[in-house]
Ligand binder design. Structure first.
Ligand SMILES: *Cc1c(COP(=O)(O)O)cnc(C)c1O
Length: 462
């Protein structure tokens, strides 16, 4: 069946009803734009970008059905009809008992962290995410990475690089005591590992182990449908199970979830906290009115909630998810054929270029990934993002740069926004930059803010 699919072309499972023009400015203009942005792609104006692969967050195209739903927004302050639609969708597709809407993912992370974490607690997880970890720390906890070692090696082809190392998890529980671990934080399709999945078998083992110690699992379900797709492809017993059923089963193995609906759920803004525990839900419902909004909107408008309720149903559609992850795989495989060094296996939401390997002439102090992202923009107007020494920040004690093992440029694909032809243009541009890699020079900090420096730093050529 695999080979049959490869012999025949297939196309995006949608046709285009409305277009947003994009333009490619001249090379001279791009050169000027990136200089003015201090060689930081976050500081470019979107109008100067041709193909925008900065992030997949809130950048998806909504469907005609979602736009129709927007017109059905019930903008009542309390008890909006759209909230009940959203609640029904979450029950039907994810199975969680209770829903607290939030303005986006980090709103849910804030509430769950404040409610469950006490000063001095430890929160094990399958690799950190920036906002998740920060909220755990702000609540007095310490994040502990219990992902398998393979996740840190860009060339390791493990099919489930987001799996939990059960020995690491059990050692931590024994060392700290189960009462110091409020929950285990499990992400599906782990962003920082390159969009890599956790297997159902591993999740079941994590469930069994945490049950032994009475520890809940809180699920970061931001990319759960993409993870389900990889389970269907790679875990034999799920080959004939629907994406919808796999997603439901994943959720059933956990006790609650935080969701950034800006990713898999196909909306431009939104999120929620879902919980099975009634008492915890009551506390969360009380807290949401302090920080987000009333418990039947939590920072979203009625029309946003309607679009989200519909987006949830579309996110598990078989054709949709095959095309979504398929488009990422298409770009990744093209780059592999071109011999460009990328993180393997290709992940679910983006392709990660190995800048350390592409630009060996640069030391890490000369910021290879930042330099590569700038060079790619100048070549074709494609915007990507640095994930290397700039993103890793400084050690607060010594003031020195943190030097991460991975020095990457992320090409993140928005959902349903671009076509295969756009992917061809991106691949050709990456190849062109790769062929001229010896001419790419390094960068040095010109301005460096104190927090999350990758967003606002400016650089100069060295
Ligand atoms: C984006 C993201 C978040 C945070 O969600 P926001 O909607 O940006 O606040 C949390 N976890 C993961 C894995 C994410 O990708």
């Amino acid at each position: 069946m695999e080979t049959e699919q490869r012999e025949r072309s297939w196309a995006e499972p949608y046709k285009i009803k409305m277009v947003e023009p994009v333009r490619m400015i001249s090379r001279e203009e791009r050169q000027k734009a990136i200089e003015e942005a201090g060689y930081n792609t976050f500081l470019l104006r979107s109008r100067d970008v041709y193909i925008d692969l900065l992030t997949d967050s809130g950048t998806s195209a909504m469907s005609d059905r979602q736009w129709a739903g927007m017109m059905m927004g019930d903008e009542a302050y309390a008890g909006s009809e759209n909230f009940y639609h959203l609640e029904d969708a979450i029950h039907d597709y994810y199975g969680y008992e209770h829903v607290v809407p939030t303005h986006q993912g980090r709103g849910a992370e804030h509430i769950i962290s404040q409610l469950m974490i006490n000063e001095g607690d430890f929160i094990p997880g399958n690799m950190y995410f920036t906002t998740t970890k920060l909220h755990q720390e702000l609540a007095g906890g310490t994040f502990v990475d219990v992902i398998i070692d393979e996740a840190h090696d860009p060339e390791n082809e493990h099919p489930f690089k987001a799996n939990v190392d059960l020995n690491k998890l059990e050692d931590l529980i024994k060392e700290k005591g189960a009462d110091r671990i409020p929950y285990v934080s499990i992400a599906t399709s782990v962003n920082m590992a390159g969009g890599q999945p956790i297997s159902m078998a591993n999740l079941k083992e994590v469930r069994a182990l945490t049950n032994e110690y009475g520890i809940p699992i809180i699920h970061d379900m931001t990319r759960v449908a993409e993870n389900a797709y990889f389970i269907k492809q790679r875990e034999e017993e799920y080959a004939d199970t629907s994406i919808r059923d796999i997603v439901y089963e994943i959720c059933s193995l956990t006790d609650g979830a935080t969701m950034s609906a800006k990713k898999d759920a196909l909306v431009n803004v939104g999120g929620f906290l879902a919980l099975n525990d009634e008492e915890l839900f009551r506390e969360a419902q009380n807290m949401v009115v302090v920080y987000e909004g009333l418990h039947t909107y939590g920072g979203m408008s009625g029309r946003d909630m309607e679009a989200l309720a519909i987006g949830i149903t579309e996110s598990v559609d078989e054709d949709h998810i095959r095309a979504r992850v398929g488009q990422v795989q298409y770009l990744g495989n093209k780059l592999i054929e071109m011999d460009v060094p990328v993180v393997r296996p290709i992940g679910s939401h983006g392709v990660f270029l190995n800048a350390k390997k592409i630009l060996p002439q640069l030391t890490q102090d000369q910021l290879p990934a930042q330099s590569l992202a700038a060079a790619l923009y100048v070549d074709s107007g494609v915007r990507s993002m640095e994930r290397g020494v700039v993103s890793a920040g400084r050690n607060p004690e010594t003031g020195e740069h943190n030097y991460p093992e991975l020095e990457l440029v992320r090409l993140t694909i928005p959902r349903r926004a671009y076509t295969q032809a756009h992917m061809d243009v991106v691949a050709e541009s990456v190849e062109a930059v790769y062929q001229n890699r010896e001419s790419v020079s390094g960068l040095a900090f010109d301005y460096e803010p104190e927090y999350l420096r990758f967003f606002q730093s400016q650089f100069k050529k060295v």
